[in-house]
Design a protein around this ligand. Structure first.
Ligand code: FAD
Length: 300
């Protein structure tokens, strides 16, 4: 096909669907994006997910929890009958459908069961997260095939096998607003022990000046220790904010330590400072303690 189609139905609302779907929308292709189960960009923190959905729905048709009655080909065109989020029944015809619904590892042809290593119930080798070694064998696992971190590569060494501290989990989705997920999985956090701080970018100074004032950042901390645990967010410059958070997490900083670090003015990163201050204050409240005096003005 040498010209762009007029209308595409995108199935999936994960990172690939969002990056490709939004790129096509900006090339003037009319996009209808259909997700499943309410998920978007792998975000699991509902208010952050809702903020993303609201921003995307302004740019193209976006339903993170699609409800289809029928799918067919009519005169060669993918045709969908579905109920839109406002409860209307719709029938729409498309030029193409893009399935961005994930990939399944193709491990079967490798016949790993003959390699003398232990496999889990999905046929993926069991391995040590700190060395990436499969049992005591000279087999190591790296990349998407480990099923744990499908976004970056680590190397291993043999025969001088050494345990390493793995980098904090960190992912970015390059849609707009950008999405970042860093640190402990939100679903795995002990909600009784976790305090959430937030910043909305609707009213954040630099984001407003750039007219990119959409999105929400949540940062999570351990109520008892005041140590950062992770974050989920969507908004402007999330790739940079995400790096600051990833570095702070990797260095195991407490909120007080992070808040003593410099923040320039006027930058989007001041939004991160707002979220950190919010969660810091809540941690002290939770412990019925008085917070220490922190530098009041942003500065370099
Ligand atoms: C559209 C898209 C955008 C992405 N964007 C990002 C991003 O922005 N940042 C990021 O960090 N990650 C991103 N990713 C994910 C990233 O591409 C993967 O994490 C990375 O490619 C994984 O590398 P890998 O070597 O494990 O697997 P792959 O890159 O999938 O390579 C596996 C290779 O093994 C070959 N192979 C398969 N079976 C056999 C066999 N039996 N024998 C020999 N060879 C075999 C395949 O042909 C392939 O060449 C993106 C992925 C996609 C699809």
């Amino acid at each position: 096909m040498h010209t762009l189609p007029k209308r595409i139905a995108v199935f999936g609302a994960g990172p690939i669907a969002l990056e490709l779907g939004q790129a096509l929308a900006r090339l003037d292709v009319e996009i209808f994006m259909f997700g499943k189960g309410g998920s978007g960009a792998a975000l699991t923190d509902t208010p952050v997910r809702d903020a993303l959905a609201a921003a995307l729905a302004d740019a193209f048709y976006f339903d993170p929890d699609a409800n289809f009655q029928d799918m067919s080909l009519q005169e060669g065109k993918p045709t969908l009958r579905f109920t839109s989020p406002d409860g209307r029944e719709r029938v729409e015809h498309f030029d193409l459908a893009l399935a961005a619904t994930g990939r399944v590892p193709d491990l079967e042809p490798l016949a790993l069961e003959n390699a003398g290593i232990e496999l889990n119930d999905k046929g993926v080798p069991r391995f040590d997260e700190t060395t990436m070694q499969c049992g005591d064998s000279p087999i190591f696992i790296a990349g998407d095939c480990d099923g744990a971190r499908p976004w970056l590569h680590d190397a291993a060494r043999f025969p001088d096998v050494q345990a390493i501290k793995r980098k904090v989990p960190f992912s970015i989705v390059f849609c707009e607003p950008q999405v970042v997920i860093v640190g402990a999985s939100y679903d795995a956090l002990d909600k009784q022990m976790t305090v959430t701080g937030e910043v909305s970018f609707e009213n954040q100074g630099r984001s407003r000046v750039m007219r990119q004032n959409r999105g929400l950042l949540h940062v999570y901390a351990d109520a008892k220790t005041g140590r950062l645990r992770g974050a989920q967010g969507c908004g402007p410059a999330m790739e940079h904010v995400g790096h600051l958070l990833a570095w702070a997490l990797q260095l195991e900083l407490t909120l007080d330590e992070a808040l003593k670090l410099p923040f320039y003015h006027p930058v989007v990163e001041e939004g991160l400072r707002t979220a950190l201050k919010d969660v810091d204050r809540k941690c002290y409240e939770e412990r019925s303690e008085t917070p220490p005096e922190l530098p009041s003005a942003a500065g370099c």
